[in-house]
Structure formats: structure tokens, C-alpha cells
Design a protein around this ligand. Structure first.
Ligand code: ADP
Ligand code: MG
Length: 351
């Protein structure tokens, strides 16, 4: 993955971005910004996070926002050492681990979406993520036995939450949490909350493609968010969503993948067969009021496939979805299609 909007075009001031690994960057493209804004970008969650507060930005507010992002990463990362998630994983099958309230909240939400998706989305997918290592420097196709072992360790119902003691326990040794499919959504909601407290009225929060189009672009003008063409290079989009105060999140085959022996393996893994999910979809975009919901649902719907994924989204009150198929068909819920304009004639729109 790589950037869809360059720092220049949007006046993004790259700060502390020492390593521009484009893997895991923006899946959506913000289009048509009138004036060159000030913004800030940093590498957090292993991806580029940028926040654009336009004329309302200041070093102080940017520091408040980014220090909160770093704090969330240092609590919820499954790959960094000594995060709360890492401690839970190290103590799987051994003992419950005290966790801070924000992690408790994310985990409870993750378990809710695990139940709703009947385990297609599962925060205990860690062992499988580790053995494929997609997105790392050494991705590989695991042996059948490893896949089998990993699958046997995945079960969200073996996460024991003790709210009173504020602890989390993974019942079996070898189990591991991976909250990569939901953390950025939570973080984006946190950003929106901080902006609200600061009295900021418009912003684009883009955490590696997990977008919150906060407020409206101007008094009467909505935001225009491009949906990446999953088959094309970064920066070309298949259509545009016109939204006000919404989160837009995409999960897809192009987000993060490894090429092994000429074949692509993407990073959303099937908790059924242990391989990258293959259900005829290239991407699923969710438009929702809360970004944590959009993030969890985009992964869940992608993992479930079109029919079950669509049914899940339609069962939710404030969520809409756009499904892009391998055969270049696009389908979506009625609310989503009302906001969507198709731009690329290679694709065709079906209700
Ligand atoms: P991104 O991280 O690019 O925004 P997603 O939100 O779809 O994309 O999350 C994908 C990440 O979630 C993977 O990199 C992995 O860490 C984790 N994951 C992979 N498969 C599953 C699954 N079936 N359920 C829950 N999390 C998953
Ligand atoms: Mg997700």
C-alpha cells in the first residue's frame, strides 16, 4: 500500500515519519480539497496517520491528538513488546492480566462483533496472524500443521473478562489477541472526541485509511472521500462518497499483502480454513457514525463474504456498506449507494 494523497497536495507536514513503509497506508483518498491546509502525519499503528484540522490546527492540539494515538498503540499493539495486549498474550493459560479501561472497551466491542459475525471476525486470531506474518519482513505460507494448530487456538469465547477486577485472561496457553482489525477505528473515535472537546468544527482524520470525515468541509459542503480502486495503483479511485460527519473504512485485498512465489496473499485471514479470505470480494467499505463500528464491520463483512456480510451490516442501525467484487461488480446497501458516485467505467454498479 502507499499514499493516496501526498503531503504536498494537502500540505501535510510529515513529522516523525522516519520510515515510510507504505505497507498499510491509506485505502481511501480524500479528493478535492480547495485550500492547502495545515496537517500533521506520523507513523503510528505501523501505518501513516494523518490529521488535518485546516485553519483550526495548532501545534498544541496536534500534540494532544498524536500523543493519544501513540498511547493507544502502546497499549493495544500485539507486535510491540510489553503492551497490555502483549502481556495478556504472554500470560495466556497462566493468569489474568490487569488492563486499562480503553483496552477493556475495545476488547468488549471486539467480542461483540465476534459474536455478531459468528467468529468470522475474531480478536483471538493472533496465532494465525503470527504464522503468516503478512505485513512483516518475513511473510510465509505456513505448513498445514501450523495452520491447524493456530486454528485450534482461535476462539473468542475463551477470552475471560473480569470487569470488576479489570482483568483479561486467555484460557489456553498459546492463545493470542490481535486487535489490528479494530484499534484504528477506536483511535479515530478518540480523535473525534478530543476534537469535539476542543471545539474544532471540521477535520479529516485518516489513520492508515481508516477515515473520519469530521463535521463538514464547509458550512454547506460535504466531504468527498474517494474509494480506492483495489486493482489499480494507489491514488486511483473507483468512486466517491459524499458524506457529512461519518467514518469511512475499507478492508480489502490491497491493504496489506505479501507476494510469495508470484502469488498474492492478503492479511484478512479466514478463521475457518486459516488462509486469506477468498469469497469473491476485493474490498468492503463501511460508512458508519462510529469508526470502531466501521472498522470492525469492514473486516467482519469482508471475512463473511457478500451475503452474510451484507445481512450483518443491514442488521445494524447506523452502518452502510459498499462491496467490490473480483468480477468488477459493485453492490451496496441503499444508504451507501445514495452517497456514492461511480467514477471508473471498468466497474459496474448493481443494487
Ligand atoms: P487494516 O488493518 O488494513 O485497516 P482491517 O481492519 O481489515 O485492515 O484489519 C486487518 C487486520 O486484522 C490484520 O492485519 C490482522 O491483524 C487482523 N485480522 C486478520 N484476520 C482477522 C479476522 N478474521 N478477524 C479479526 N482480525 C483479523
Ligand atoms: Mg477493520
Amino acid at each position: 500500500m502507499r499514499a493516496l494523497h501526498g503531503g504536498e497536495a494537502y500540505g501535510i507536514r510529515m513529522k516523525r515519519v522516519s520510515r515510510l513503509t507504505w505497507g498499510g497506508f491509506v485505502c481511501l483518498l480524500l479528493v478535492a480539497c480547495a485550500e492547502p491546509p495545515t496537517a500533521q502525519a506520523e507513523l503510528v499503528f505501523g501505518t501513516i496517520c494523518s490529521i488535518n484540522l485546516y485553519e483550526q490546527g495548532s501545534p498544541k492540539i496536534y500534540e494532544t491528538l498524536f500523543s493519544r494515538l501513540r498511547e493507544i498503540d502502546l497499549t493495544m499493539s500485539a507486535t510491540k513488546a510489553d503492551t497490555a495486549v502483549d502481556r495478556i498474550n504472554q500470560n495466556a493459560g497462566i493468569r489474568p492480566v490487569p488492563v486499562p479501561p480503553d483496552l477493556m472497551e475495545v476488547l468488549e466491542q471486539a467480542l461483540t462483533y465476534a459474536a455478531l459475525s459468528e467468529g468470522a471476525f475474531d480478536p483471538t486470531v493472533g496465532p494465525l496472524v503470527q504464522c503468516w506474518a503478512i505485513g512483516s519482513e518475513n511473510p510465509r505460507i505456513p505448513e498445514a500443521l501450523e495452520i491447524e494448530e493456530s486454528l485450534s487456538l482461535i476462539d473468542w469465547q475463551d477470552v475471560v473478562i473480569d470487569r470488576e477486577a479489570a482483568t483479561v485472561f486467555l484460557r489456553r496457553p498459546g492463545m493470542a489477541l490481535d486487535l489490528g482489525a479494530i484499534t484504528k477505528g477506536y483511535a479515530a473515535d478518540e480523535m473525534a472526541e478530543l476534537l469535539q472537546k476542543a471545539g474544532i468544527t471540521r477535520a479529516i482524520i485518516d489513520l492508515g485509511g481508516n477515515i473520519v470525515a469530521y463535521g463538514t468541509k464547509s458550512q454547506d459542503e460535504p466531504w468527498r472521500i474517494g474509494i480506492q480502486d483495489p486493482l489499480d495503483s494507489r491514488g486511483s479511485y473507483l468512486g466517491i462518497l459524499t458524506v457529512r460527519h461519518k467514518s469511512v473504512v475499507t478492508s480489502g485485498v490491497y491493504e496489506r499483502y505479501a507476494e510469495i512465489d508470484g502469488k498474492r496473499y492478503h492479511h484478512i485471514l479466514s478463521t475457518q480454513d486459516g488462509y486469506p479470505v477468498s469469497k469473491g470480494l476485493l474490498s468492503v467499505t463501511i460508512i458508519a457514525d462510529r469508526s470502531i463500528e466501521a472498522d470492525a464491520l469492514s473486516t467482519a463483512a469482508f471475512a463473511l463474504g457478500y451475503e452474510k456480510g451484507r445481512a450483518l451490516v443491514e442488521s445494524m442501525d447506523h452502518a452502510e456498506a459498499i462491496f467490490v467484487f473480483e468480477d468488477k461488480q459493485i453492490r451496496g446497501t441503499s444508504g451507501a449507494l445514495a452517497w456514492f458516485t461511480l467514477k471508473d467505467p471498468q466497474f459496474s454498479l448493481n443494487p
